[in-house]
Design a protein around this ligand. Structure first.
Ligand SMILES: [Zn+2]
Length: 274
């Protein structure tokens, strides 16, 4: 097969996998469905991302992407469990670790070569002693999607604070009738006076957003390794397109009725199962 054919095939598989998620009705979503969805979803999207980024050359690479992708998917599931159980900081850290493993293996690095953390607008990755070649200690990528989401969150809320290492927004007026909370990519907003469970629900969406970031192929980012040039402290690797996050923002939530939408199905099931 030609390289282009492989890439097109990869995109089709990924979209099919994403669309397969919402096949369940909210009430019918069991915990095992959520676990399986996370493992299979992250496993498949990691393989596709590796293919698109040109890092899958043989069967060993296929197994590496599937295995670490699935393990990270389980990590994302545990991270959402932690957030739903009010261990928000632990959940956010685990989500960032899971995203780092996917970023690393789809870039031809070892699973723990770089550890990343998403700040508002930028993701910072720190080289660990396991990195093959430390040409730069800190690698920074910037996300236009997060910039738009931050602007939206600011415009539709009244207060902002730091909560569990993340920005949290509070609004005096609901976004729409009966809406008590909402999240734009990694920014949660809750209506003033709502119970803690609303914040936890929105933070589950934040973890989902990090998961979509990790699943999105980024073929235009500069690689972790630079063959020439002096070692640097800080390296700007480019802009993250976050294609899957964007597609999800723009289409999924509108195409599917609320009670079948996979992100809601998962958030409700996790908060209910406590
Ligand atoms: Zn929700």
């Amino acid at each position: 097969m030609k390289k282009r054919t492989i890439k097109s095939l990869a995109v089709v598989i990924m979209l099919a996998a994403l669309l397969a998620f919402p096949a369940y009705k909210l009430s019918a979503v069991t915990e095992s469905t959520v676990v399986l969805g996370n493992i299979v979803g992250s496993g498949v999207t990691t393989l596709v991302r590796g293919l698109i980024q040109g890092q899958v050359h043989n069967f060993k690479d296929v197994v590496k992407c599937l295995a670490y992708g699935s393990a990270s998917g389980y990590g994302f599931y545990q991270s959402k469990k932690l957030v739903a159980g009010n261990h928000v900081l632990g959940g956010v850290l685990l989500a960032n670790l899971s995203a780092s493993v996917i970023d690393n293996v789809t870039s031809g690095e070892g699973p723990l070569s770089y550890l990343g953390f998403s700040l508002p607008l930028a993701r910072i990755e720190i080289a660990t002693p396991l990195a093959k070649q430390k040409r730069s200690l800190l690698r920074v990528t910037v996300s236009p999607r997060d910039a738009i989401s931050l602007a939206l969150s600011l415009s539709k809320s009244d207060r902002v604070s730091l909560r569990n290492g993340m920005l949290a927004f509070e609004a005096d007026t609901p976004l729409a009738e009966n809406v008590r909370g909402w999240a734009y990519s990694m920014f949660p907003t809750v209506l003033r006076g709502t119970p803690e469970s609303v914040y936890q629900h929105e933070m589950v969406h934040v973890v989902q957003s990090l998961q979509l970031m990790a699943a999105s192929p980024e073929p235009f980012l500069r690689s972790h390794r630079r063959e020439e040039g002096k070692a640097k402290l800080l390296d700007f690797a480019g802009f993250r397109a976050q294609t899957l996050g964007l597609v999800n923002d723009l289409t999924m939530a509108k195409l599917q009725s609320y009670d079948k939408y996979w992100r809601e199905a998962e958030a409700y099931s996790l908060i209910q199962s406590l």
